[in-house]
Design a protein around this ligand. Structure first.
Ligand code: URA
Length: 208
């Protein structure tokens, strides 16, 4: 397991723009897509390649192609949808497996209410996307669902994480890699990440 905090200047610049209090819905959405795309670039850097023969304009040559397992992107409803286009820009043939969870008011634990996973998920690498890794409850529940369905290779892509959320995921699933634009300071008493982005779902969907 590793936590990869992506310090690339483009990622840091775009994330900084997302932190502006008065950012428009349009701009926030665009930036969530762009940072999602850049995180995908990092998260796919170890996909195995194989050599294949093709007929090029200059005659027969060998080229590299991604081999083996294909990808499924797993947005956690609803805010995860805001990063999905960015992932699909780089992996356009990826299948989408959607997961939704609500928080039980008594136990405060996430309860799945929607799960539509791609068939034969055991043959795919899951890229789970959610802009905010706060307490980590939804992420752990999503990973649980994917594991139960047979998926063995799972990577987590988030824009901002709290140390508490990272700890919860890595305690439960030490083998899983997390790609994050910024590990922020802490959670506040309402479960918001500080300084964070505020309510990422509201900002992506323009709701309040
Ligand atoms: N969800 C959000 O949208 N923002 C946070 O800071 C934490 C959880």
């Amino acid at each position: 397991m590793a936590v990869y905090e992506i310090k690339h200047p483009l990622v840091q610049h775009k994330l900084g723009l997302m932190r502006e209090a008065e950012i428009s819905t349009k701009r926030f959405r665009e930036l969530a897509t762009e940072v999602g795309c850049l995180l995908t670039y990092e998260a796919t850097k170890d996909l195995p390649l194989e050599t294949t023969a093709i007929e090029s304009w200059a005659g027969p040559i060998e080229v590299e192609q991604i081999q083996g397992k294909k990808v499924t992107v797993v947005p956690i409803l609803r805010a995860g949808l805001g990063m999905m286009d960015g992932v699909l820009q780089l992996v356009p043939s990826a299948k989408v497996s959607v997961v939704g969870l609500y928080r039980d008011e008594e136990t405060l634990e996430p309860v799945p209410y929607f799960e539509k996973l791609v068939g034969k998920i055991e043959d795919r690498i899951s890229l789970v996307i959610d802009p905010m890794l706060a307490t980590g409850g939804s992420m752990v529940a999503t990973i649980e669902m994917l594991k139960k369905a047979g998926c063995e290779e799972i990577k987590v892509l988030v824009l901002v994480a709290a140390p508490e959320g990272i700890k919860r995921v890595t305690d439960a699933y030490p083998e899983i890699d997390i790609y994050v634009a910024s590990v922020d300071r802490c959670l506040d008493e309402n479960g918001y990440i500080l300084p964070g982005l505020g309510d990422a779902g509201d900002k992506i969907f323009g709701t309040k």
